[in-house]
Design a protein around this ligand. Structure first.
Ligand code: SF4
Length: 299
């Protein structure tokens, strides 16, 4: 798949015995990222499920050095470590920051923007489970419209923040979206990001059986549906140039929504409103892709 040896492919950066709920999409994403990144590497985690999964004191499921930082500073913490490694002549060791939607879309947005602006030499991976799950399922600005959470019991009224457009505006060297339903694409992107210097950002949608009210064995099917219902466009952005990596099958978004208990209360007209928004966002993305500067190949 990527020219790595069998030993490298068998490597696991997230060990068994971690603290994820059964069927957790985030644990699968973290495993794939660390597997692609290999060793040596350094992990930064912040409050959120990513930290619970990998770094529950005094234990650690990470197979590499891991640093637990504060909620709002995943990016600058990783940047500080990367700069320290550079000074020690170990600047080729990748530093990855794991942060959830709370730590990325909300609480850590300012420091993420600062790190992107300074083009810090880090890989930032946003693991979006679309709410503050580990504190009891509270809404974030990544929670989609009409989704139930403990703080939006009748369904969220706001819209999901377009984090990739915010990242696009920073013109960092590399950004991408990925799905655990397409592990080879996800790992290819991590390997590509590892080999680029400067700020890199990868967004992964990570279904959460606990907060999405879904069966443990539905995680990969939901991940696949998110792509083919156009909820999660799979793309790469290199220096401001956008490229779609796969075309969805255009499955109605209702199939994705009906599979999740957090949308159990939805009326037909609300599903139609979500479909309209998904279509609008998709058309807007196509327009952005067409308008995106051409030139250097992204392949
Ligand atoms: S609450 Fe959700 S994201 Fe957190 S560990 Fe459990 S399944 Fe994973």
């Amino acid at each position: 798949m990527d020219g790595r040896t069998l030993k490298q492919r068998e490597y696991e950066g997230l060990r068994p015995g971690h603290y994820a709920c059964p069927g957790c999409g985030m644990a699968i994403a973290m495993r794939l990222v660390l597997k692609a990144l290999g060793s040596p590497a350094v992990v930064v985690s912040i409050p959120g499920c990513n930290a619970i999964i990998g770094n529950t004191y005094p234990y650690s499921a990470f197979n590499v050095p891991a640093f637990h930082s504060a909620f709002e500073i995943a990016a600058p913490t990783a940047a500080g470590i990367a700069r320290g490694l550079e000074i020690r002549g170990q600047g080729d060791i990748p530093v990855v920051a794991f942060a959830g939607d709370g730590g990325t879309f909300d609480i850590g947005l300012q420091s993420l923007s600062g790190a992107a602006d300074r083009n810090e030499n880090i890989l930032y991976v946003c693991l979006d489970n679309e709410a503050y799950m580990n504190t009891g399922i509270q809404s974030s600005s990544a929670t989609p419209p009409f989704a139930w959470t403990m703080t939006t019991p009748s369904g969220r009224t706001g819209r999901k923040k377009r984090i990739m457009e915010i990242i696009l505006a920073h013109r960092i060297p590399y950004a991408a979206t990925a799905s655990i339903a397409f592990p080879e694409d996800l790992m290819r992107k991590v390997i590509r990001a590892r080999n680029i210097k400067g700020m890199r950002f990868i967004y992964i949608l990570t279904p959460c059986p606990t907060g999405w009210r879904t069966p443990e064995d539905a995680t990969l099917r939901l991940s696949l549906l998110a792509v083919h219902c156009k909820v999660l466009p799979i793309l790469e952005i290199v220096e401001g140039r956008i490229r779609l990596n796969m075309m969805p099958k255009n499955i109605p978004v209702s199939e994705y929504l009906k599979a999740q208990g957090r949308y159990r209360h939805l009326k037909e007209e609300e599903m139609e409103a979500i479909q309209r928004e998904v279509d609008e966002d998709w058309n807007r993305l196509l327009k952005l892709t067409e308008e995106s500067p051409k030139g250097q190949s992204l392949s």
